[in-house]
Design a protein around this ligand. Structure first.
Ligand code: F6R
Length: 261
């Protein structure tokens, strides 16, 4: 696993966007795995800037989102469908039929989850999966004790995640209790993983992910099993890493490393 520490959120987002842009420049028909939440907003803003100012082309890109709340239709302001259109898809040139987001309103969740897994395979697999991390160490909505070989499925959110996400809803009681999420096993099949995290609230989960044991109690720790996983964090999120100087040393010595703001 590669850990890249940047001075602030803007620099973190810029480096992450550069990694996505490099992929699209070498593989214009890449399959991207998308995440929602507060953290990747800066990354999406930077990709939109690269699209509008530097002609970064998404016309042959296919996307698969990690997750969606169960019970929210695509137009609900807190649905991940809405989030993605609002913050990213409406600003770039991805053909709408190339956009895949789990349905939060299907009448048959197991059948939908099977279809989603097959669709990823039909599209050639995910080249690069963007990830955030929950304060409980989740990736996607793979909460503590999720199997590290889990596939796309319906998942009950943890109390911690419901508390964390209550900020987006009028009342805590409005936060959906269930989500449909790619599994850890699904995520690990992506050819590259790019996890972004910022702020003190993520420091413990990041230390457990990068330096702790691989455990289903911190599903992000499964990134240690992946041969090409990059974790990009700001200073605050890096604050509990014990080998921080080593990560800086490696990055500084990397010949063609992208540089932040
Ligand atoms: C969202 C997702 C979640 C978030 C995580 C962090 O699609 O998969 O794992 O990445 O909950 O959310 P933020 O960035 O809002 O702290």
């Amino acid at each position: 696993m590669e850990a890249i520490i940047q001075s602030n959120y803007a620099a973190m987002s810029k480096i992450a966007a550069q990694i996505v842009a490099e992929l699209l420049n070498t593989k214009p028909n890449a399959v991207l795995g998308m995440a929602t939440g507060s953290t990747p907003l800066g990354l999406y803003q930077e990709l939109v800037r690269l699209h509008t100012r530097e002609q970064l082309d998404f016309s042959r890109v296919t996307t698969f989102n990690l997750d969606e709340y169960v019970g929210l239709n695509a137009n609900h302001p807190q649905s991940y469908h809405h989030f993605m259109h609002e913050h990213f898809f409406q600003h770039v040139n991805i053909p709408p039929h190339n956009i895949n987001i789990p349905s939060g309103t299907t009448s048959n969740y197991p059948a939908f989850c099977d279809w989603y897994e097959k669709r990823i395979v039909e599209c050639g697999g995910i080249d690069l999966q963007i990830l955030g991390i929950g304060t409980d160490g989740h990736i996607g909505f793979n909460e503590p004790t999720s199997s590290l070989s889990s596939r796309t499925r319906l998942k009950t959110l943890s109390k911690q995640t419901i508390d964390d996400n209550a900020r987006f809803f009028d009342r805590r009681a409005d936060v959906p209790v269930y989500a449909i999420t790619m599994g850890v096993g699904t995520i690990l099949e992506a050819r590259k993983l790019l996890l972004v995290a910022s702020g003190n609230g993520k420091a413990k989960a990041i230390a457990q992910t990068v330096e702790g044991p691989v455990t289903s109690m911190v599903t992000a720790s499964a990134l240690q099993l992946h041969r090409d996983a990059v974790v990009i964090v700001d200073e605050a999120a890096a604050s509990q890493l014990t080998m921080r100087d080593y990560y800086d040393f490696i990055y500084a010595a990397k010949p063609a490393a992208p540089r932040g703001a």
